[in-house]
Design a protein around this ligand. Structure first.
Ligand code: ADP
Length: 471
């Protein structure tokens, strides 16, 4: 039986505040770790007290007040405590923690350097010495670097570090001045490109005892020029400490049998009930109500990464194929405009919904036949796992976590090249399969039977923690 203390740092965590997949992970994984049978993992979550966090429904107490040193004057820190299903959650407040989680490079650099160092100092002041500091993405990478710098310190000496990479492309450039001001000097290691000597993500990757990418494929990909964002050579030099663990989804939140957003609830033993959801959605969007027309969907941040432009061109190129499409998302104005143009050109069969809408997203997962995810890169991806759970088959580019969670022709449809023509050919393949009801039902059955619950991922993280602390 392992008994370990883990300080889990993140920039966002559902249900306090969520911007993307990282929020889902930080909101689920710490408690899953605590609940693992056979271990005693005392995981504590610590996040910034962003202004967007609704406090009305939270039981919050002020836990500590102190200062941390910075050039130009000490910075006051306030720490508040609340609970999430029995787990202590600490919220750090101070003058750099303003606005939304992500604002602009300089403000974010100051906010997350302050947060990372304040989190460590709070841990030290409260006498709770973690065995492991687990940081996530660039925002909290400086904490790992700071722990490395403090290895001669009585409190921090011997504390191990784990750095999870949810998205390597965002490195925290713009933090340089803040790092310096808070006393974190640049590194001078020729293995790291010079531009990275004073940037949080490379510093965290340099200092960490273990690096975890959010899928095994992404763990490999970040060591290649195509996905390594300039750090591939350096990461190859650290390949022995890099592994990949796929994220899970919270099965209590994503369950078509109990999802209030759905017009008709259903389960694996009762997939036929989905047809009523599809008819309801076809009516809602003003489409022809016909179970035999495959309904394609995209639910995504509208970002270059997600290949929204590839979807638009692919659909344009196959007007003779029978399909309807609903595209839900918001983000890059050019991509939003491209989706709107597609709707204008195909008003009978395309609906563009340009907003964030959690309820509608659930109705789409529970009604449409195919979820399109032609991502240029996808560290893990949650949408494809949610879709499978809801009997909607993913059609995706074979990259990162998509490659690791979808089996071509068994639980979904995969294609390799980032090209509209190849995607269009794959849509043809999927719609041809859809025309064969038995074959489609078999794939739906396999997809819904997959297990993407957090327990599996949490076991792998626990094994990594134990391995790291028993060496
Ligand atoms: P990423 O974290 O890169 O945005 P993921 O696939 O890991 O991508 O997670 C995306 C999550 O956000 C999914 O739960 C998806 O349903 C949700 N989502 C994305 N865009 C929207 C939207 N416009 N409305 C509702 N939910 C959305």
């Amino acid at each position: 039986m392992a008994s370990l203390k883990i300080l889990f740092l993140a920039s966002e965590a559902d249900p306090f505040i969520k911007v993307g997949g990282l929020g889902d992970v930080a909101g689920s994984l710490p408690n899953e770790l605590r609940a693992l049978p056979g271990h005693e993992l005392d995981v504590r979550l610590i996040i910034p007290f962003h202004k967007g966090i609704q406090t009305d429904y939270l039981d919050i107490q002020r836990e500590d007040v102190f200062t941390i040193p910075r050039d130009g004057g000490d910075m006051p820190v306030q720490v508040f405590r609340t609970d999430l299903r029995g787990m202590p959650v600490y919220l750090i407040s101070g003058s750099p923690v303003v606005g939304r989680p992500y604002e602009n490079a300089a403000a974010d650099g100051e906010k997350y350097t302050f947060f990372s160092l304040a989190a460590l100092e709070f841990s030290r002041r409260s006498g709770w010495r973690p065995d492991i500091v687990h940081a996530n993405d660039w925002h909290t990478a400086s904490a790992i670097y700071a722990v490395r710098l403090m290895q001669d310190d009585l409190f921090w000496g011997g504390v191990k570090t784990v750095m999870s990479v949810h998205n390597l492309c965002f490195m925290g450039a713009g933090s340089e001045e803040s790092l310096f001001a808070y006393g974190l000097p640049p590194i001078n290691d020729p293995k790291v490109p010079v531009w990275g000597h004073h940037v949080p993500m490379p510093l965290g990757l340099w200092a960490a005892d273990r690096i975890v990418a959010v899928s095994p494929s992404y763990a490999e990909e970040i060591q290649t020029p195509e996905y390594g964002c300039g750090l591939e050579k350096f990461l190859r030099s650290r390949r022995d400490i890099i592994s990949g663990i796929v994220n899970g989804i919270d099965y209590s939140i994503w369950n078509p049998l109990h999802d209030d957003a759905l017009t008709f609830n259903f389960s694996l033993g009762d997939i036929e009930a989905r047809a009523s959801n599809k008819a309801a959605l076809q009516t809602h969007f003003g489409f022809t109500v016909d179970p035999n027309i495959p309904m394609l969907a995209m639910i995504t941040r509208m970002d270059q990464q997600k290949g929204v432009d590839i979807t638009v061109e692919a659909l344009r190129s196959i007007p003779e194929v029978s399909w309807q499409a609903v595209l839900l998302g918001t983000g890059n104005p050019d991509l939003e405009a491209a989706v709107r143009r597609l709707e204008a050109d195909f008003p009978q069969r395309v609906c563009a919904v340009i907003r964030y809408d959690g309820k509608l997203s659930r109705q789409i997962y529970g009604a449409s036949d195919v979820l399109l995810m032609p991502s240029r890169y996808e560290p893990c991806g949650l949408a494809q796992m949610i879709a499978m759970r809801y009997g909607c088959l993913p059609l995706a580019r074979a990259t990162g976590g998509l490659r690791d969670t979808i089996a071509d022709s068994r639980t979904g449809f995969l294609f390799t090249d980032s090209s509209p023509a190849i995607m269009a050919a794959t849509i043809r393949r999927a719609t041809a399969t859809f025309a064969n009801a038995d074959q489609w039902r078999a794939i739906q059955h396999a997809a819904m039977s997959e297990n993407f619950s957090w327990a599996t991922s949490a076991e792998q993280y626990a094994a990594l923690y134990i391995n790291l602390t028993t060496k």
